[in-house]
Design a protein around this ligand. Structure first.
Ligand code: G4P
Length: 279
């Protein structure tokens, strides 16, 4: 999906219209958040647009700090059921089906009592760009196909993906525009690659290092073989650049190249499992 989408009012109106239409079709909303930035990756508009039951899914848990993920889970579970997912690695899907079935079980029982047949539970995935919506749908489909005993358990009929006889997923995810209410949210979205941001890579890397120095100093020390980190983050980039041999012709540190590498290594999880914000 295009990470560089600029959310002009026209785009937003279109995305909203599509989501409002989809919400009418489903029983349950599956809200995907990035486990590294559960606050920044949330667009609370969705809670104003529907009162249908919601499952909150923290995706990319393989990239996030497990201790922070536990704190976020406890916090978010005060309002909604929470599932931890690694959409790329393929774990957490069964829990989603189970929770959805549990949420709907009362309604199903009531209908059965009245002699009516309950149609499969229908769900839609919503989330901001790059949070893993397509990966989620693709992995879910693959897992289900693998499990179906040689019968076409998953039929991509119309726009519904049949996960099992009781559960169907809308095959087009709902795209929520990122909601940048404060600058730190913008920084977090840019760091994780959800949006392009009006900030140069050096400034962004400085912001990242500030957070890492505060919350994950040991990961920084290990990754960049530092002796200490009691310095300002701009100076730290210069040191990392020199120790990596990123030096310009005049002998100055190549700060730009180093900033790009630090951002890339963060996005590829080379520095370690990191969560950028806490509840
Ligand atoms: P979107 O539809 O919400 O826009 O997101 P999409 O599925 O395209 O996923 C965005 C990126 O996040 C992809 O990486 C995808 O592989 C990665 N991703 C999704 N879920 C997970 C997860 O649980 N763990 C990890 N580690 N990564 C995840 P990409 O680099 O853009 O593509 P690719 O090179 O992985 O194919």
């Amino acid at each position: 999906m295009d990470q560089q989408i600029h959310w002009y009012p026209g785009h937003m109106a279109k995305a909203k219209k599509a989501i409002l239409r989809d919400l009418k079709l489903v029983d349950i909303v599956i809200e995907l958040l990035d486990a590294r930035i559960p606050y920044s990756s949330k667009n609370s508009d969705i809670d104003h647009w529907t009162t249908k039951p919601k499952i909150v899914v923290f995706n990319k848990i393989d990239m996030a700090d497990p201790i922070a993920t536990t704190s976020w889970r406890v916090f978010a579970e005060q309002k909604h059921p929470v599932i931890l997912l690694n959409a790329k690695g393929g774990t957490g899907f069964k829990e989603i089906t189970d929770v959805a079935t549990k949420i709907m079980s009362e309604k199903m029982a009531r209908l059965r009592e009245r002699g009516r047949i309950f149609k499969p539970i229908r769900a839609v995935i919503v989330g901001i760009p790059n949070v893993g919506k397509s990966t989620f749908i693709n992995s879910y489909v693959k897992k289900t196909i693998a499990k179906a005993e040689n019968r076409p358990g998953v039929t991509r009929s119309n726009q519904w993906i049949r996960i099992n006889k009781n559960f169907e997923l809308l095959d087009t995810p709902g795209m929520l525009p990122p909601k940048i209410e404060n600058p730190q949210v913008g920084v977090n979205l840019a760091l994780t690659g959800a949006i392009g941001y009006n900030m140069d890579n050096n400034a962004l890397a400085v912001k990242l290092l500030e957070t890492l120095m505060q919350n994950y100093p040991n990961l920084l020390i290990q990754r960049y073989k530092l002796e200490s980190i009691d310095k300002d983050s701009q100076k730290l980039i210069t040191d990392i650049a020199k120790s990596r041999g990123f030096v310009l012709r005049g002998g100055q540190a190549d700060v730009n190249r180093c900033s790009n590498i630090i951002l890339e290594e963060f996005r590829n999880n080379k520095i370690g499992r990191i969560t950028l914000e806490l509840p």
